[in-house]
Design a protein around this ligand. Structure first.
Ligand code: ARG
Ligand code: ZN
Length: 845
């Protein structure tokens, strides 16, 4: 069944207060609930339906008297619930040990753990499981485990029990419970107004040495949200728990954040610089949700971007402040183009605020999160920093304690700035990536930029109206000097021109600086201008993007015309990477080329059928040419970026290691792996160890190193995930499938652990030419594993359908094989709702 945004209706009852008792037992946990309901004055409907799935009702009472509700597969209904305040009580039984979907209450390595967002609470007990029903919770946990946690503040505890009280009304998706043998890494934080907060990071014994970094990140996040958004923490404790089996990265449950251990545990020996940066960002993200998500939540799941887009935007700002802002921006755009653009331009395209869904878990997407964050970034650019701050203050003041909509959010901006947001709102309702083309002219001293915007149709949306586009532009003189600094042009028509009068010379335009709008810029290709921007642009994003465009055009020409790698690109890169004035992290990014699937997309747009093997071969040829061109520079680059101080995951060291590793990878193309072997053997941190191992895998010289790595790290799950993933993703295309198959037979391959499943099956799909092998066996392999996983964990299985979203752009044989693989999934008996929705959307392409 499909749920529609337009059908929203409030629930017939308010919940005033919830009291829950858990009697923990692996296969038969009892949950006793006592819930005070009162008629909701906002509606006249009084349908007393409580969601509930996979729960066995033992007994139910209203105001102390036994009742016999009607029970269905998805809930419980009482026909004659009172039209006055009453207390509903129920006792149910659930089976956490058999819960492999990792939604609701489940077990991970002997530890009880919950995941309720979006609709997991209904697998714990009967409840109006919807975000617009907010209530205070008191929770009693009975069990023989040493640590038993829930939301809010600790209320009381004794031998075999603990009670928690959360004074802040919240929706059920923010409920959490954890119980297990855990140890805490403890700290303290004093808020701006003087509240003392106990901070705990709970882990399994043996992981204590991986907590310090996450704790520091938490304290930095708490301070930053006070300083930048004026948001203080509001409880006496803040608990974070690391769990090995988790479907997503982390979850912002009130006062009790639960993290995938990969998203919080870190040590220099076991984590890469990229892991550290990601952990810092996710800790911040979940913490920031306390205000954007928890204190102000969503009315219904269509409004998901209200909390996610804003919170991703906030965590990006935080990372930009903690590290390098330009590097963060470039990394975010790389990610947006790699994950969101394909989604927005394929069969899974949906608006930032979807209008219908079958399974909400399928909408925790790059579009809702990352494009949702881009929309906030555009808003801020359009109204300016000061007005943005004013609007956010009003948002927190007006909506604290409420479950809100995108309409509420935009009204805040209208009221705070006086600006009409009705056209801007299209960013929330129109799917698809706008294409922005630009032409210029120079006449009588006036330079004119003329833009046209156009958004191709997406599923269910044939017609698109013009959107508001903030276009940041700068103009450079012929010698590379900046003659017009970054200026914001605001485009709202389908076609629009902007004049720059009094220009003594024809300038060189730098358009869409900082990637000021999430669009595809279609500028007439001009190799000379692009090389000029690569050399001179003052905007770091556009400078980086110029290099990226040159690399892309080189690859396209290599593939379609048999051209040699582009010399102007190689020369431009050579100048840049040895420029000591530039941040090493930025220079490392300059060295990275477009992904193979990005090239496949470009070829498709230009009406060439992408050949994955040709793309792979050309990318290799460009890499070899880069190595040859930069050979004489590599020793100096490595020498200048080698770290001699003790390891620190800070941005400065990380940037140097990134450039050092990029140089090592070029060197490996020249020496066959000698330098990488030496680096691998002497590495004292995971960043270098893994970078060196990746070089060896790419060079096909990995047998000994892979075995040594495995022997060293076999007892560390998170490191072994890297071992599994990297050797599949980085190997030559013809080895990818045999390797992935072989590794599914490894004793440490575990279907039930999402990290491990993704490390093997997900990594395989990232090997572009390996996945798209001509015989179609790559598709079969993925389909087969998705079918197997779907029976246990639909959420993770459904998310991993994404590699199929580009199926229509390949040749007839590959298309037929991918379609057959999708049809095979679709024909599987008892397919989950998650999976059947994904596959039917993919097949509709
Ligand atoms: N709200 C979480 C976050 O943004 C994500 C949880 C998603 N869970 C899910 N089952 N879809 O960090
Ligand atoms: Zn989030």
């Amino acid at each position: 069944t499909t749920v529609y945004l337009k059908d929203y209706e409030p629930f017939g009852y308010l919940v005033e207060d919830v009291h829950l008792t858990f009697r923990l037992a692996p296969n038969a946990t009892r949950v006793l609930s006592r819930i005070r309901f009162a008629p909701n004055p906002a509606t006249k409907t009084r349908d007393f339906f409580l969601n509930g799935e996979n729960v066995t009702l033992i007994s139910a009472k209203i105001d102390g008297a036994g009742v016999a509700p009607e029970i269905t597969a998805d809930g419980l209904r009482l026909e004659d619930a009172p039209d006055a305040p009453f207390t509903f009580e129920a006792e149910v039984e659930i089976d956490p040990a058999e819960n492999t979907a990792l939604e609701g209450l489940y077990m991970s390595n002997g530890m009880y753990c919950t995941q309720c967002e979006a609709e997991g609470f209904r697998k714990i007990t009967y409840y109006p499981d919807r975000p617009d029903v907010m209530a205070t919770f008191t929770v009693r946990i009975e069990g023989d485990l040493p640590v038993m946690l829930s939301n809010g503040n600790p209320a009381a505890s004794g031998e075999g029990w603990a009670e928690w009280h959360d004074p802040w009304p919240k929706p059920s998706y923010l409920f959490a419970l954890v119980a297990g043998e855990l140890v805490a890494h403890e700290d303290r934080f004093t808020t701006a107004s003087g509240r003392a907060v106990d901070l705990n990071l709970w882990v399994r014994p043996g992981d204590e040495h991986k907590c310090a970094f996450g704790m520091e990140a938490l304290k930095k996040s708490m301070r930053w949200d006070e300083e930048v958004y004026g948001r203080e923490y509001d409880l006496d404790v803040f608990n974070i728990v690391a769990v090995d089996d988790f479907n997503m990265g982390a979850m912002e449950n009130k006062g009790l954040n639960i993290f995938n251990s990969a998203a919080v545990l870190a040590s220099p020996e076991t984590s890469t610089d990229a892991n550290f940066e990601r952990i810092e960002a996710i800790i911040a993200h979940e913490y920031f949700h306390n205000w954007t998500g928890n204190r102000i939540t969503c009315r219904d799941w269509f409004q998901l971007c209200l909390k996610e887009g804003l919170t991703v935007f906030r965590d990006s700002q935080f990372t930009a402040d903690m590290r390098s802002a330009p590097v963060k921006r470039i990394s975010d755009v790389i990610d947006l183009r790699a994950r969101q653009f394909p989604e927005d331009q394929g069969p899974l395209a949906h608006p930032v605020r979807p209008e219908s869904f079958q399974e909400i878990n399928n909408f925790y997407t790059a579009t809702v999160y990352e494009k949702g964050a881009e929309v906030i970034g555009m808003l801020k650019r359009l109204v300016g920093d000061e007005a943005y701050a004013k609007a956010l203050d009003l948002h927190f003041e007006r909506h604290d304690g409420q479950a809100c909509t995108i309409e509420d959010w935009l009204r805040v901006f209208e009221d705070a700035t006086g600006r009409d947001m009705s056209q801007f709102k299209r960013w929330y309702s129109q799917a698809g990536t706008p294409r922005l083309s630009v032409a210029d002219s120079y006449e009588n001293g006036t330079y004119t930029l003329t833009f046209r915007q156009h958004t191709p149709p997406t599923p269910g949306q044939d017609q698109k109206a013009p959107q508001v586009l903030p276009i940041a532009v700068g103009l450079l003189g012929q010698n590379g000097e900046e003659i017009v600094p970054t200026t914001l042009l605001e485009m709202s028509e389908a076609e629009q021109s902007f004049d720059f009068p009094n220009m003594a010379q024809r300038p060189v335009p730098s358009i869409l600086r900082g990637f000021s709008a999430p669009v595809v810029l279609e500028q007439c290709w001009d190799a000379e201008r692009t090389a000029f921007l690569l050399a001179h642009d003052t905007d770091p994003f556009n400078r980086w993007d110029a290099g990226r465009q040159l690399a892309r055009e080189s690859l396209v020409a290599q593939i379609t015309e048999g051209a040699a790698p582009d010399a102007s690109y190689l020369d431009g890169i050579a100048t840049l990477v040895s420029d000591e004035a530039l941040d090493p992290a930025f220079r490392a990014l300059m060295l990275s080329g477009p992904t193979q699937s990005e090239i496949a997309q470009i070829l498709h747009e230009r009406r060439h059928t992408p050949d994955p093997d040709a793309i792979f071969t050309s990318a290799e040829a460009l890499g070899d040419a880069k190595a040859a061109r930069l050979e004489h520079l590599l020793p100096a680059i490595k020498d200048a970026t080698e770290i001699r101080a003790p390891y620190s995951p800070d941005a400065d060291q990380a940037g140097k290691r990134a450039l050092w590793s990029a140089a090592l990878s070029l060197e490996t193309r020249l020496d066959g792996g000698a330098a990488a072997t030496a680096a691998f053997e002497s590495a004292d941190n995971m960043t270098i160890q893994l970078a060196a191992l990746t070089c060896l895998v790419r060079a096909g010289a990995d047998e000994d190193a892979l075995a040594a790595f495995e022997a060293q790290w076999k007892d560390d799950r998170l490191v072994m995930d890297k071992w599994f993933a990297m050797q599949i993703a980085a190997t030559a295309p013809e080895n990818a499938l045999p390797r992935a198959r072989h590794l599914t037979e490894h004793p440490a391959f575990d279907l039930k652990n999402p990290n491990r499943f993704r490390a093997v099956i997900g990594a395989f799909a990232m090997n572009h030419a390996g996945f798209h092998r001509a015989d179609g066996e790559g598709y079969d392999f993925l389909a087969g594993w998705l079918i197997t996983l779907d029976a246990k964990n639909p959420q993770t299985a459904a998310r991993m359908c994404a590699p199929f979203q580009s199926w229509t752009r390949y040749d007839a044989d590959r298309r037929a094989s991918m379609k057959a693989a999708l049809e095979r999934i679709a024909a599987t008996p008892d397919l989950s709702r998650d999976m059947s929705e994904m596959v039917s959307r993919l097949l509709a392409a």
